[in-house]
Design a protein around this ligand. Structure first.
Ligand code: EZ4
Ligand code: CO
Length: 402
């Protein structure tokens, strides 16, 4: 089917989302998520100015060729802006292909490997007491896997601590907030947090924790060792991975499973991590790693080394991305877990979807395509508002990783 029209929709139902819609000559359409938190309009411009003109008139069925055309054809490869734009096109084309075939995308990929996709929730609190209570609420909601984040005594701010309980949203309007960080305090208090959670609820639930890129490799190695008695499902983003070898040092010291990759854009960002079995879970997401077409390549490569998927799924990844992730997770043989940070009711209303949470799993019906849509009239009521993620500094003022 010929691609007749394509356009981007920016909406802010509490936070910003960029969505690509592709329409074919027979009136079918598909949607793709193109949201890059804090840099949204760069991806919109990349799509509007540089990608959409190349799509018009192409055969929507040639998903692989269009992917290669946009990746190789740009000459400038990889990077979050490029790969989010390619991902949006890819998601929309899979959506259209599913609608034309009358099948959900997971059927096109090879069918269900499981009845549902296990998700982890984000339990958090300003201190250990609040965090332990929050874990209890997630257990009561039926979660099988829970990530636990807490404020750190002596620090005003730590990653993952929400104002409310269910909805964590780090991006804020205005210029970036500045937070002070001190890894030594964090390393002192975090094992204690997990001791309290295990003391309160036992060992029947999977527990996870996000280091959010703030430790050096040797600090991460120590935290991994200290957390071993509490049998974590994973330690996430222990240290930045621009230098993939950094994980070798962590790996030599601890049996706590390691996950990384929510900011990765391509298979090249995780090639050595996977090939050398330095991680257990790869966190690359549909929207930031080039769409279903490329994520499938990463997952297949990872399967050779017994590395499983653990896709990023925070609030800045729209329900369009979540729908793509659930389709992907229902199929992918080496599925591990899927992150699920609940969207607000306003966001869920703008993006009607065919996935739902049930007893710790994300479920999906037999609906053609990705099973998600955008209500454009409702979206138009929420105009874009510039927002940024916070930045972090050490006590002496040096910039650090937020
Ligand atoms: O800070 O998605 O695992 N989830 C995370 C997120 C990230 C945001 C950044 O846009 O680390 O909360
Ligand atoms: Co994370």
């Amino acid at each position: 089917m010929k691609i007749e029209r394509a356009y981007t929709i920016v909406t802010c139902p509490g936070r910003n989302f960029v969505t690509l819609k592709i329409v074919t000559g027979d009136g079918a359409y598909g949607v793709g998520d193109a949201t890059l938190n804090g840099r949204e309009l760069a991806v919109k411009a990349y799509l509007d100015e540089h990608v959409i003109p190349c799509l018009i008139g192409r055969d929507s069925r040639t998903i692989e060729d269009i992917w290669q055309y946009l990746y190789r054809g740009a000459y400038w490869r990889r990077g979050p802006v490029t790969m989010a734009a390619i991902a949006a096109v890819d998601m929309a084309l899979w959506d259209i292909k599913g609608k034309h075939a009358g099948m959900p995308v997971y059927q096109l990929l090879g069918g269900r490997s499981r009845h549902g996709v296990m998700v982890y929730g984000h339990a958090n609190g300003r201190d250990h007491g609040e965090a332990v209570e929050a874990v209890g609420r997630y257990i009561d909601m039926g979660y099988k896997a829970i990530r636990v984040q807490s404020g750190v005594p002596g620090l005003d701010k730590a990653y993952g601590v929400a104002k409310g309980d269910l909805y964590y949203e780090p991006a804020a309007k205005g210029l970036p907030d500045e937070e002070i960080w001190d890894t030594s305090l964090y390393l002192r208090h975090t094992p204690e947090l997990f001791r309290k959670v295990r003391d309160a609820y036992g060992y029947d639930h999977h527990l996870l924790h996000d280091g959010h890129h703030r430790m050096t490799p040797i600090e991460a190695a120590r935290l991994g060792k200290d957390l071993e008695p509490y049998r974590l499902f994973w330690l996430e983003d222990a240290t930045p991975a621009e230098n993939q070898e950094a994980f070798r040092l962590i790996r030599q010291h601890t049996t706590t499973p390691l996950a990384v990759g929510e900011i990765f854009n391509s298979i090249w960002d995780c090639k050595d991590l996977i090939r050398e079995q330095l991680i257990d879970y790869i966190r690359a997401a549909v929207v930031h790693a080039g769409g279903i077409t490329h994520l499938r390549r990463i997952a297949d490569f990872a399967s050779v080394y017994q590395v499983r998927t653990g896709c990023h799924g925070a609030t800045d990844l729209s329900p369009v991305c979540m729908a793509a992730a659930v389709n992907f997770g229902l199929w992918v043989p080496n599925f591990g877990i899927q992150e699920y940070m609940r969207h607000t009711p306003e966001t869920d209303a703008v993006f009607p979807h065919n996935y739902w949470f049930e007893a710790g799993f994300m479920m999906m019906d037999e609906v053609p395509g990705l099973g998600v849509d955008i209500d454009e009239r409702l979206a138009a009521k929420y105009p874009y508002e510039r927002a940024y993620l916070p930045v972090a500094r050490l006590r002496d003022g040096s910039m650090w990783n937020w």
